[in-house]
Design a protein around this ligand. Structure first.
Ligand SMILES: Cc1cc2nc3c(=O)[nH]c(=O)nc-3n(C[C@H](O)[C@H](O)[C@H](O)COP(=O)(O)OP(=O)(O)OC[C@H]3O[C@@H](n4cnc5c(N)ncnc54)[C@H](O)[C@@H]3O)c2cc1C
Length: 377
């Protein structure tokens, strides 16, 4: 009997063609994921195809040329892409986060401009994290000084996913002691230091960027407040869920195919393998439900979306790491070879918990709220 749920887990039926379209694209993405990981090349073709299929603008309101799709369907699409190629999913999520942020936080003229640029295929990236700031990416420490026409920034941002193909950067800096956000077109004052040679999510090419007297134009400053959800906090749990799904699938394939000579049975017949796989499967289902509920809260424009997104990210990050580690255990020496997807999922699974807000920052925020004096009231 289906379990009664106060919130729907599936996207509305009218949005299912988008899920089917993403599933189709993902077949091809999965075929190139290992090569992109090995060569650490940007998945430019994948990103172009997502754009051409209409996915870039699909979650913008119709007033900005979008489809106004539900965040539930966004979570589903992102999971499908992440399961196939998590680097593609990460750059795409950051691209949408920066672009939608600029649309929703800008006054009418700029908002329309950024929405049209997104629809035209221009690319966006988040240049928010600072070398000294770490996880506190929304609280910049670098100060921009006032000049005619705006503010000037000397500094650096790091881990800027997809920055090499970005037409616009969402940049933040301290202005008059408060964080301010700008849409910046990179010019000669913006330099890229190719330091990215990472263990996982290698094709995101999340490089270090330096700013040498870069103008942050007042005309491109985000001056509006918005209750519209941003794709990044909603999407980050789904990124890890996609990696966890891929890791469990690789584990299943290996466990079913590898016959242990002493028993004449596949690994999958061993009880410890069954118990461990069942544990991760159930935790992954729980993580998926929590992430879906967060997306549903975003669809309701509920203020609970923020605390819920921290809980969903924490669980999804941990499940992805644990499922991938179990894959390494069950995969044995075969899974440890570079030719095996098992080791790639293990490397990719680490990134979710490192990305802001890290698993520890999530724990800290959830724990503080839980144990505060008025939490029980
Ligand atoms: C693959 C990838 C892609 C990324 N893409 C982008 C991007 O496109 N744009 C962008 O701006 N940034 C991006 N980032 C940066 C990311 O969001 C974080 O800001 C960054 O990873 C923080 O790294 P750090 O080394 O400075 O960590 P730190 O913040 O120094 O953390 C180090 C350790 O300290 C812990 N810690 C830190 N602060 C606290 C705290 N307050 N409470 C408890 N524990 C704490 C952390 O949990 C971690 O264990 C990306 C990162 C990765 C890995």
């Amino acid at each position: 009997m289906p379990i009664a749920s106060p919130f729907p887990l599936d996207p509305p039926a009218s949005e299912m063609p988008w899920i089917a379209r993403a599933t189709e694209l993902a077949v091809d993405f999965a075929q190139h994921a290992a090569e992109l990981d090995e060569t650490a090349q940007l998945p430019v073709d994948n990103l172009r195809r997502l754009h051409e299929a209409g996915f870039d603008t699909a979650w913008l309101p119709q007033s900005y040329g979008g489809q106004g799709l539900s965040w539930l369907s966004f979570g589903r699409v992102l999971t499908i892409v992440a399961r196939a190629c998590p680097s593609t999913a990460t750059i795409w999520l950051m691209h949408l986060g920066a672009a939608y942020g600029l649309v929703h936080l800008s006054e009418e003229e700029n908002a329309g401009f950024f929405a049209r640029e997104l629809a035209a295929g221009k690319r966006f990236a988040n240049a928010l994290s600072e070398p000294t700031g770490g996880n506190l990416f929304l609280v910049p420490l670098q100060v921009a000084r006032p000049v005619e026409g705006g503010f000037v920034l000397d500094g650096a941002k790091r881990f800027v996913s997809g920055c090499e193909i970005a037409d616009y950067l969402l940049v933040n800096a301290l202005v008059d002691d408060v964080p301010a956000f700008f849409g910046v077109s990179p010019d000669d004052t913006v330099k890229l230091l190719p330091v990215w040679d990472s263990v996982g999510l290698r094709a995101t090419r999340s490089q270090l960027i330096t700013f040498d007297s870069t103008l942050l134009p007042q005309a491109r400053r985000c001056t509006k407040r918005s209750e519209e959800p941003n794709p990044i906090p909603i999407g980050l749990p789904f990124l890890s869920i996609g990696v966890a799904e891929a890791a469990l699938e690789a584990l299943r394939e290996h466990a079913c195919g590898r016959v242990i000579p002493t028993t004449g049975q596949p690994l999958a017949a061993m009880q410890w393998v069954q118990f461990a796989a069942a544990g991760e499967h159930v935790r992954l289902r729980a993580a998926t439900l929590l992430a879906a509920q967060t997306a549903w809260l975003a669809d309701q424009r509920s203020p609970l979306v923020n605390p819920s997104s921290l809980e969903a990210k924490l669980l999804a990050n941990e499940v992805a790491k644990d499922a991938a580690a179990l894959g390494v255990k069950i995969g044995g020496g075969s899974g440890y070879l570079k030719t095996s997807p098992i080791q790639r999922h293990f490397r990719d699974a680490q990134a979710g918990a490192l990305m802001a807000y890290s698993a520890e920052v999530c724990q800290s925020e959830i724990g503080k709220a839980l144990l505060s004096a008025d939490a029980g009231a």
